[in-house]
Design a protein around this ligand. Structure first.
Ligand code: UD1
Length: 316
């Protein structure tokens, strides 16, 4: 956003992030973004923030996002993800802020009936509390735009991976990673003994599950385009939804091989049982985002795997 000329103010409760990221952003962009440590569940603080800052648009990333954890702690997920969203929307209503970008997820589709998945695919019964918070979030937004004449874009991410090419910012999961790519990089770094490949009997080309791994900087670029679209009033309806994926499905073993090839190393992995709750395959039809947003993912999987490894090496 800063490189596109926007003045950025970050609100975060630091529950799953680190302050050093602000210095890294400064190193990359030359500008230190303004930062406020606020828990979005605190309605008064959120409203106070929006009252005392001149905000043109909101990009709402803040949410808990671990599927397994959400099954164990559903109330925590509903409280955090929905209260946070509601407090921001309330503050937007009170302070006449019109533009809102929502971090949604391909998880809203569940196991879709046909591939690739386009935005008209049915929203199936959610398979986890996390998925429910994303589905409910989109429903809340439907009512919000209808009642208050606001403009919203919901971005349904497929599987975000990789790190900034500078290796200065990347993902930093707390504890044992749930997601594939941080587990791969931590295994390569010797932090984990081996990667468990969950399921080798799926009806896919090599038996492992298929996902659409989208490079994080391509994903970031879509947010710049989405907010700009709203500010310039180019949106076609008050609530637009876009899939953000590469359009290419990769199996778990293809991800592993790509990582090994581009980084010239061998990864210790074992084929194990399927993980409960996993779907067989999900990859995006991203043609709507290309046509409407003018967004096209530019980065091949190998580059995601290279940057993910550069970032991991910088951590140790
Ligand atoms: C899930 C959510 C998605 C969410 C994402 C990030 C669903 C359907 N998807 O994606 O909405 O945004 O988490 O939190 O709920 N794998 C292994 N070994 C591992 C880890 C993963 O083989 O150690 C496999 C998984 O079985 C899966 C693939 O790698 O086939 C990707 O897994 P993961 O990175 O956890 O993401 P999803 O489950 O696809």
């Amino acid at each position: 956003m800063q490189e596109a000329g926007y003045e950025v103010v970050i609100i975060d409760d630091l529950s799953n992030s680190e302050l050093f990221v602000l210095d890294r952003i400064t190193e990359i962009t030359g500008t230190k973004p303004e930062f406020h440590q606020i828990d979005l569940k605190d309605e008064n603080l959120v409203n106070e923030f929006f009252k005392s800052n001149k905000i043109e648009g909101v990009i709402h990333f803040a949410a808990h996002k671990a599927v397994g954890e959400s099954v164990q702690k559903p109330l925590m997920y509903h409280k955090n993800n929905l209260m946070g969203l509601l407090n921001v929307l309330e503050a937007m209503k009170e302070n006449e802020i019109d533009h809102f970008i929502f971090s949604s997820s391909c998880t809203v589709y569940g196991q879709a009936d046909k591939m690739p998945i386009d935005e008209n695919a049915p929203i199936k019964k959610a398979e986890s509390p996390y998925a429910k918070t994303k589905q409910m979030g989109e429903e809340i937004l439907e009512d919000f735009v209808a009642a208050f004449d606001k403009n919203v874009i919901s971005l349904r991410y497929f599987n975000p991976v990789g790190a900034h090419p500078s290796a200065l910012i990347g993902e930093l999961p707390k504890g044992v990673p749930n997601n594939l790519v941080p587990f791969v990089t931590q295994t390569a770094a010797g932090i984990r003994e081996f990667l468990s490949v969950f399921g080798s009997d799926y009806p896919t080309r090599d038996g492992t599950a298929i996902r659409d791994y989208i490079y994080v900087c391509d994903l970031a670029d879509a947010h710049v385009k989405a907010l700009t679209r709203l500010i310039q009033k180019e949106n076609k309806s008050n609530l637009e939804v876009f899939n953000l994926g590469t359009g290419i499905g990769s199996t778990v073993l293809e991800v592993v091989k790509s990582f090994e090839k581009v980084n010239d190393l061998k990864l210790n992995y074992k084929l194990v049982d399927r993980r409960a709750g996993d779907i067989i395959e999900a990859f995006a039809d991203n043609s709507k985002a290309e046509k409407e947003l003018g967004w096209k993912p530019e980065t091949p999987l190998e580059e995601s795997m290279r940057t993910a490894w550069e970032w991991q090496k910088g951590l140790s």
